[in-house]
Design a protein around this ligand. Structure first.
Ligand code: NDP
Ligand code: OXD
Length: 307
C-alpha cells in the first residue's frame, strides 16, 4: 500500500524526508510509472492523473489545494475519499491577502490609483472601519479565519453559508432565502465559496444589484463564480466601486479580457494564497494517521455536495 505524490516536484524531498521520519512503514513514491497501480492507496495531486482508473485500491485522494472543484467532472473510484487541503500556511496567507484587499477597498485605493494615473489630487471623505460593513460568502476554514483577521479593525462583519453558523461578533446568514438580506449589508463583499453546481455564477447581475451602492468586491473563490460582463456593467454604472479579482475562468486570464484594463479592477494571478509545503506535509501526515486509526479526516469532502 503506497502513497503516490503526483504533484509539486519542488516538495518531493521535503515530503520524502518527513514521511521517512514519521511514517517509515508507508512506501512513498513520486513516479507513477514506477509502481503497480493497484498498490496506490493514497494519492496527493492537484489534478487527476490519466492512470486514475487503474488505482483500484485508492482510499484517499488528497487535493494539494483547498479547492476540489477540479475533480468534480472526473470519474473517481466510488470508495475513495476526497480530502481538501486544510493547513495553517494556506489559511494565514489567505488572511493576509483578504485583509489587504478589504483595507485597500475600504481606503479607496483603486480610486486613488486611477486618480494618480491622471495626476489628479482628489481626496474623498474618510470613513472609519466601524462605519463599513464587510460580508464574507463562505464560512468555512478560510472564511472564518478571514473574519477573525478583520475583526480587530472594527468593521461590522457578516457572513453567509449554507448551514447555520454562530460566530462571535459576526451577523450570520445562511441559505438562499437569506442571501438578499446578507447582500444588502455588504459594503465590501468577499467571496470565499467553493465552486459547485449551486455556486457557479453566483457573482452575477442579481447579486450585484442587491449590494449597497458603491460596494466593493474581493473575489478569491473560483473564476466560475464570477459573471465578468455583469461585474463590468455594475462598475461602469457606478453600482460597484471596485473589484479585486484573484481567480478567473480561464486561468491564466487571456490578454484580451477587459478585466485587465478596467481602471477599478485589480487583477492578481491566483495568488491570494497557496499551500505551504512545510505545513502541508504535517497536515497530510496527521490525516494519514487519522485514516489508519479509522477516525474522520480533516478536510474530508462530501462528494454529493461537491465541497
Ligand atoms: P470550506 O469547505 O471550509 O468552506 C466552504 C464554505 O462555503 C462553507 O461555509 C459552506 O457552507 C459554504 N458554502 C458552500 N456552498 C454554499 C452554498 N451553496 N451557499 C452558501 N454557502 C455555501 O472551504 P475553504 O474555506 O477551505 O475554501 C473555500 C474556497 O476558497 C475553496 O473552495 C477555493 O475555491 C477558494 N480558495 C482560493 C484560493 C486562492 O488563492 N484564491 C486559495 C484557497 C482556496 P457550510 O458551512 O454550511 O458548509
Ligand atoms: C486552492 C487554491 O484551492 O490554491 O488551494 O486555490
Amino acid at each position: 500500500m503506497t502513497f503516490l505524490m503526483n504533484a509539486r516536484p519542488e516538495w518531493h524531498d521535503l515530503f520524502r524526508t518527513a514521511f521517512a521520519e514519521h511514517l517509515p512503514e508507508l512506501p512513498f513514491v513520486t513516479d507513477v510509472h514506477s509502481i503497480d497501480p493497484a498498490q496506490v492507496r493514497y494519492l496527493f495531486t492537484w489534478d487527476v492523473p490519466e492512470q486514475l482508473e487503474s488505482f483500484e485500491n485508492l482510499a484517499v485522494l488528497f487535493s494539494t489545494g483547498a479547492g476540489v472543484d477540479q475533480f468534480s467532472a472526473q470519474r473517481l473510484p466510488a470508495e475513495a475519499q476526497v480530502v481538501r487541503m486544510v493547513e495553517d500556511g494556506l489559511t494565514r496567507m489567505m488572511q493576509e491577502f483578504v485583509t489587504m484587499a478589504v483595507l485597500a477597498a475600504h481606503r479607496d485605493l483603486p480610486y486613488y490609483l486611477e486618480q494618480q494615473s491622471k495626476q489628479n489630487w482628489a481626496p474623498l471623505p474618510l470613513r472609519p472601519a466601524w462605519d463599513r460593513r464587510v460580508g464574507v460568502m463562505g464560512l468555512g476554514v478560510l472564511g472564518t479565519a478571514v473574519l477573525s483577521s478583520l475583526a480587530p479593525f472594527g468593521f461590522a462583519l457578516r457572513g453567509w453559508s449554507r448551514s447555520p453558523r454562530d460566530l462571535p461578533g459576526v451577523a450570520c446568514f445562511n441559505g438562499t432565502d437569506s442571501l438578499p438580506d446578507f447582500l444588502a449589508g455588504c459594503d465590501v463583499l468577499v467571496c470565499l465559496l467553493p465552486l459547485t453546481e449551486e455556486t457557479r455564477g453566483i457573482l452575477g447581475e442579481a447579486t450585484f444589484a442587491q449590494l449597497p451602492a458603491q460596494a466593493a468586491l474581493v473575489h478569491v473563490g473560483r473564476g466560475g463564480h464570477l459573471e465578468v460582463p455583469a461585474l463590468l456593467a455594475a462598475l461602469d454604472q457606478g453600482r460597484l466601486s471596485s473589484a479585486f479579482v484573484d481567480v478567473t475562468e480561464p486561468e491564466p486570464l487571456p490578454p484580451e479580457s477587459p478585466l485587465w484594463r478596467h481602471p477599478r479592477v485589480i487583477v492578481t494571478p491566483h495568488i491570494a494564497s497557496d499551500t505551504l509545503g512545510e505545513t502541508a506535509v504535517q497536515s497530510v501526515i496527521a490525516n494519514l494517521r487519522r485514516h489508519a486509526a479509522g477516525v474522520p479526516l480533516e478536510g474530508a469532502v462530501d462528494r454529493s455536495r461537491g465541497y
